[in-house]
Design a binder for this molecule. Sequence first.
Ligand code: AKG
Length: 263
Amino acid sequence: MATTTNEQYVGDVGADGRVPEELVAAYREHGFVRVRGVLGPGEVERFRASAEEFLAAHRAESLEKQGVFSQLVNVWQRDRTLRELTLHPRLARIAEQLAGFPLRLWHDQMLVKEPHNNAATEFHQDRPYWPHTGDRLPLSAWIALVDVPPERGCMTFLPGTQDRTGLRPQDLHHEEDLFEMDPSLRWIPRVTLPLRAGDCTFHSGYTGHMALPNRTDQARLAHVTIYMDEETRYDGGGHVVTDPLGLAAGDRLDGDAFPRPWA
Ligand code: AKG
């Protein structure tokens, strides 16, 4: 009897910094993968300490106020150590290998589920929130800075949903929103991927996903680096990252705010 395990979605980085071609194929087919050990233990320790310090100083600035997570955006512009994490060349090269084309930074975010937040991040897609046009499939690297088993709030994905490109933004506070929009998604088998500290999931901007509540005594510290097609243009819509930049619709999203230093 044929069996399926989560192993088809999981792989390691080689000494050359590349992931196996089967994992690239899995990403292209399913819209997400887990890569083990992207950060070494020393890196995890250093980035975790900086993330904790940054969070303690800036928690009150969280964009999300309903207890799902503390959400701090573009920390790379404000903290030297976290900048190294956001612009980490090992992460970016894996992201470009998975995407299959050149990427630049869209933005980063620190997403912390506080101990016993007891609130899920409900199913949604990312790309409908973004004021992008003329782009190929973007993707996010979600980096675990602590062990993230399901009970601490790891993510669950809807395989193959990266082709659902026509939906409006979904409310990540509303459990039913995505499924009311497209009832067929409810019946797709869901894949939950626990991460060890230093592991990373990559998911495309259209892959439906959620994150479980944190029911543990320890904060779930995740750092998310979000990449977009190097050729992405601004569509004129509102977004916290682009609002201060004085862009006109059709402008290319490039320059200092959207770097690609790994190129
Ligand atoms: C994302 O990285 O796109 C997420 O939705 C993460 C949700 C979470 O970490 O709670």
